[in-house]
Design a protein. Structure first.
Length: 211
């Protein structure tokens, strides 16, 4: 379940400007989205929890790549501002939902993660429609998402292996999963005043723009 947050310049594959579509970060986000059906096919079509765990771990590890490239190599675009968090959250929700069906992770843990994501995601959508401005994700929010993106592949690893790797997967899953759950819920509470302030600023900016 996502994250969003600097030097030599890299060649750009699109002209400068915030309206660019074909940028490296956007391509990465699109490829990550395209990997979702592959993940589901590995988990349910091939019934390979290990292969699904490896792919999910790779997708989780690349969570920061598109944002890093966008910020450091002048690849920021309006499309990317929407596509990147959308890909992150969709990847997270689909992966956790599939793992609930598969039964690789404890049901209470998975539901707790989904409830938090649904509350924050839904609030962001509604408040943005009401005029809320964008605000930066906190360090704890990023740490929580990163930890959970280690935990869920580890649960799959434990479910798909035996012996050492089974126990290693469980240790890794709980070692990152429990702190990640705590971080994610704590950060959700810290977002409440941020959302209120961003909503006030957004509405103030809208009123100022009206002639």
């Amino acid at each position: 379940m996502a994250s969003s947050a600097g030097e030599p310049a890299a060649p750009s594959i699109a002209p400068r400007g915030s309206d660019r579509i074909l940028t490296v970060p956007n391509v990465i986000s699109f490829v990550r989205l395209c990997c979702l059906p592959v993940f589901l096919w590995l988990l349910f079509g091939l019934d390979s929890q290990l292969a699904a765990a490896v792919l999910l771990a790779v997708l989780g590890a690349t969570d920061w790549v598109d944002g890093y490239i966008a910020r450091h190599f002048d690849q920021v675009s309006e499309l990317g501002k929407v596509l990147d968090p959308t890909a992150d959250r969709l990847l997270f929700l689909v992966a956790v939902g599939a793992i609930i069906i598969d039964g690789a992770a404890p049901l209470w843990f998975s539901i707790a993660v989904l409830v938090r994501e649904a509350l924050i995601g839904g609030s962001l959508v509604v408040l943005t429609l009401l005029g809320m401005q964008r605000f930066d994700v906190t360090w704890l929010g990023k740490a929580g998402t990163f930890s959970l993106m280690i935990a869920f592949p580890s649960f799959l690893l434990a479910a798909g292996t035996h012996g050492f790797w089974h126990h290693f997967g469980l240790v890794l899953a709980w070692g990152f999963g429990l702190p990640g759950l705590v971080f994610s819920y704590y950060s959700a509470f810290t977002y409440i005043p941020k959302m209120r302030a961003a909503l006030r600023e957004g509405r103030r900016a809208r009123r100022a723009a009206v002639p």
